[in-house]
Design a protein around this ligand. Sequence first.
Ligand code: NAD
Ligand code: MG
Length: 368
Amino acid sequence: MKSFDVLQEIRVDLAERGYPILIGAGILEEIGAIFHQREIAGRILVITNPTVAQWYLDPVLQSLQRAGYDAAAAQVPDGETFKSLAEADFLYDRLVEGKYDRKTVLVALGGGVIGDLTGFVAATYMRGVRFVQVPTTLLAQVDSSVGGKVAVNHRKGKNLIGAFYQPRLVLTDVTTLRTLPDAEFSSGMAEVIKHGIILDPEYYRMIGAKLPQILRRDPAALSEVVGGSCRIKAEVVRKDEKEQNLRAILNFGHTVGHALESITGYTRYKHGEAVALGMLAATKLAERSGLLADQSLEPTLRRFCQELHLPLQIPGLDSSAIAEAILLDKKADQGAVRWILPLRIGEVRIEAAVPQESVVDILKEMGG
Ligand code: NAD
Ligand code: MG
């Protein structure tokens, strides 16, 4: 057996639905041994896409088969449009035709699209079969694989059809991030930065101190980043699994972010790029409302964005149209938008009373 390092194990504590997140370097190739050790039994169907499969499918299948598992794979095309009921249906066909039973284990090998789709199929096939996440994008490792939200898109909107369904295990190999395109990596880093700002000043400082290693994708630095983010998100989810209150703080940067994505038809910005702009806008709003007690937040956030090539300006966009789109956002609560505004690094507040004029002004200041 090749050597591998499980660098960290983080428990997502949710009573009987709790599960571990294993983070390591090179652990992908040991998935079979790890499944054995964790007493996972049953037939396995690995769900992935061709982009991810070209690097990681053979090692995963071989490792599972070496450990004695009956493991096969199903591939869906790469892209957000394939997070759909049509692709779920294709996977149900595959499961039914292959006579997969209730003891089946589905393995999601890929980014958030594969994770959400596989989780949705796992939640619904035979009223629920076990599933394991093997996230291969930074966003999936720090965000979408933690918290148990699974979904497919509807033509009228993203994630409209879904469930809360927790995996049995998350197996995160940070070395898979080496093949991830820079823009995808930076997009994931926006959520990482968000986790620091909403809850953990030490984590935020660590990101600043280790940015060069992170950008070089050094495995030790990456496991610190992924582990830290998983701990923060797991703690929020433990306290508020079904998004009744606290979980809302994870929407920091997403109020403006979602509006930017929607008015540009989801083509101009990657999600993390829109979130980075949204975090900057929320920080400016907090400053303007006299809530921001820490003047170091905006300059450090700007520096992170610069080094990660995340945008800081919104040239060519209409500020009033963005402000209107914010009002239409589904998170709007009884007509009032719930803004998540920073008070200092590590502390945010949910604020409903933000005047529309201030929003427009801030967006103009950012070039909109
Ligand atoms: P993605 O899954 O589309 O992956 C981005 C791209 O990277 C794809 O082309 C993919 O094939 C490729 N890729 C994946 N791993 C790679 C690797 N190691 N090397 C090279 N290329 C690789 O996008 P994403 O950003 O991972 O996830 C976005 C999705 O996640 C959205 O659908 C979003 O709604 C969802 N999401 C869900 C949650 C949740 O709580 N469930 C949270 C956030 C986002
Ligand atoms: Mg997000």
